[in-house]
Write a protein that binds this ligand. Structure first.
Ligand code: SF4
Ligand code: SF4
Ligand code: SF4
Length: 391
C-alpha cells in the first residue's frame, strides 16, 4: 500500500497509454482512472490544437478522451487554474482532476484562499516543470537555431537541461543555457520560477530521477497527500498502473536535478532584479515602462489573483489612456504579496510591458520581509485585505 511521502516509479499498464503518454503514461492512466471510477466528474487538460505550438484547454467527461491530452506541449503557456475560477465557477459544484504545473497549483491555492475556488474539488496531479516557451519563440528556435522548418517538427521536449526535437525522421538538441544565452528559450518568469516540483499537489510527477534505462518508460511519482495515496492505491489494485519503489540513486538524481534548476532560477532572479534594485530607480523604470499602457485590462483579467476584479478597475480609472500610474500601483498593492510569477500579465500584455517582472520583484522583497510564500499552502498573505464572500 502506498502512503503520503512514498517515492516510486510508475507507468501505465495499457500499451497504447504507455506509448502515447509522456514518460510511460502514468499521469494519463491516473486521470483516466479517476474519471472512469467516478472519483471526479471531469478531467481538465491540454491537448494539441492545430500543431505542436497550439495548446488548447479541454474539459473532458468521457474517459476515452483523456488520451487526447497525453504528452507535453512545451509552447503551452496556459494557466489552467485561472480557468477553473473563471469558467467552471470555482469548481464549487464539479469535481475535477487535472495535471498541473507548479504555477497552476499555486494559482489553485491563491484562488482557494480567496474563496474563488473549492480546493476539495480539485484532484491535483502536479507536474515537474523546467519552464515553458512561448509558441512564437519556439517557432523562431526551430527556424533560426535548429534551421528546421517549424511545421516539420512533430515533437519537442526538455530533458536534462536540453531542448530536444524530432522532425522528418531526425533528431536535434541544444542545451537550454546555450539557448538562453543566445536570447531564446523559456519565458523570463519561468527562468525565475522555483516551483519546479509542486509538492502541494496530491501527487508530484515527472521524469527527473527516472533511471537511465527507464527514461521515457516510467514517471517518478512523489505521493504528497492522503488523496494522492488513495488514487495510486486504487489504480494499482485495478491493474491500471505498475510501480516500483524509487531507489536511493533515483532519489539522489532527482534531488540533484531539482537543486540545479533552483540554483539557475536564483541566478536569473539576480540578473533580472539587479536593474530594479534601488527603489527610486525601480519606480522610475516602472513609470517609464507602464506609460505605454493602453488600459486593455488584460493584466487584470488574466491574473489568477485579480481576474474577478476587472469591474472595480474599470470604474476606478474611467476614460484616460494611458491611465495614471495609480492604475498600476493599485495592481501592485492588490497582488504583490500573492503574485505567483505565472507570467500571464506580461506574456499577454499587448504593449510588452514587463508586468510580471515588476510584480515578482516586489513579491520577492515582501517574501524576504514577511516570510509569506504565495501559492504554497492555505496560509493567508501577510498584507491580506481580502474580500471573502460566503462560498
Ligand atoms: Fe513551469 Fe514555473 Fe514556468 Fe509555471 S512558471 S510554466 S511552473 S517554470
Ligand atoms: Fe496596460 Fe498591458 Fe495591462 Fe493592458 S495588459 S492594461 S496594456 S499593462
Ligand atoms: Fe501572474 Fe502577473 Fe498575476 Fe503575478 S501579477 S500572479 S505574474 S498574472
Amino acid at each position: 500500500m502506498s502512503a503520503k511521502g512514498d517515492l516510486m516509479l510508475a507507468w501505465a499498464v495499457d500499451p497504447l497509454t504507455r506509448e502515447r503518454g509522456e514518460s510511460g503514461g502514468a499521469v494519463t492512466a491516473l486521470l483516466t482512472f479517476a474519471l472512469r471510477e467516478g472519483i471526479v466528474d471531469a478531467v481538465v487538460g491540454v491537448k494539441k490544437g492545430a500543431d505542436i505550438y497550439d495548446a488548447r484547454p479541454v474539459l473532458i467527461t468521457d474517459p476515452h478522451e483523456v488520451m487526447e491530452t497525453a504528452g507535453s506541449i512545451l509552447g503551452g503557456t496556459l494557466l489552467l487554474s485561472k480557468l477553473f475560477g473563471k469558467y467552471l465557477k470555482g469548481v464549487k459544484d464539479l469535481k475535477i482532476a487535472a495535471a498541473l504545473k507548479g504555477c497552476d497549483v499555486m494559482g489553485v491555492y491563491e484562488q482557494a484562499k480567496r474563496k474563488q475556488l473549492n480546493l476539495e474539488n480539485v484532484l491535483m496531479i502536479g507536474l515537474n516543470c523546467g519552464g515553458a516557451t512561448t509558441p512564437s519563440t519556439l517557432r523562431r528556435i526551430m527556424s533560426e537555431v535548429f534551421e528546421v522548418d517549424p511545421n516539420s517538427v512533430i515533437k519537442e521536449s526538455m530533458y536534462k537541461g536540453h531542448l530536444q526535437i524530432k522532425y522528418d525522421g531526425q533528431e536535434k538538441d541544444i542545451s537550454i543555457p546555450k539557448l538562453e544565452d543566445a536570447g531564446y528559450g523559456r519565458r523570463s518568469n519561468c527562468r525565475r520560477c522555483k516551483m519546479k516540483i509542486p509538492r502541494q499537489a496530491d501527487l508530484a510527477c515527472g521524469q527527473w530521477g527516472v533511471r537511465e534505462e527507464m527514461v521515457g518508460k516510467a514517471t517518478f511519482v512523489e505521493v504528497c497527500s492522503q488523496r494522492g495515496a488513495e488514487l495510486i492505491n486504487g489504480a494499482l489494485e485495478a491493474g491500471i498502473i505498475g510501480s516500483m519503489i524509487a531507489d536511493a540513486s533515483c532519489i539522489k538524481a532527482r534531488k540533484r536535478r531539482e537543486e540545479a534548476t533552483l540554483n539557475l532560477a536564483d541566478e536569473w532572479r539576480k540578473k533580472d532584479f539587479a536593474p530594479l534594485s534601488s527603489s527610486r530607480e525601480r519606480l522610475k523604470i516602472m513609470i517609464e515602462e507602464t506609460s505605454r499602457c493602453i488600459k486593455c485590462y488584460t493584466c487584470v483579467e488574466v491574473c489568477p489573483v485579480l481576474f474577478n476584479s476587472v469591474g472595480p478597475y474599470i470604474t476606478a480609472f474611467p476614460g484616460k489612456v494611458p491611465p495614471e500610474f495609480a492604475f498600476h500601483l493599485l495592481r501592485y498593492a492588490h497582488v504583490a504579496d500573492s503574485c505567483i510569477d505565472c507570467g500571464q500579465c506580461e506574456e499577454l500584455c499587448p504593449m510588452d510591458i514587463p508586468n510580471a517582472l515588476f510584480m515578482h520583484a516586489i513579491e520577492a522583497d515582501l517574501e524576504d520581509l514577511y516570510g509569506y510564500h504565495a501559492g504554497e499552502d492555505m496560509s493567508r498573505p501577510s498584507l491580506a485585505i481580502m474580500d471573502e464572500p460566503d462560498v
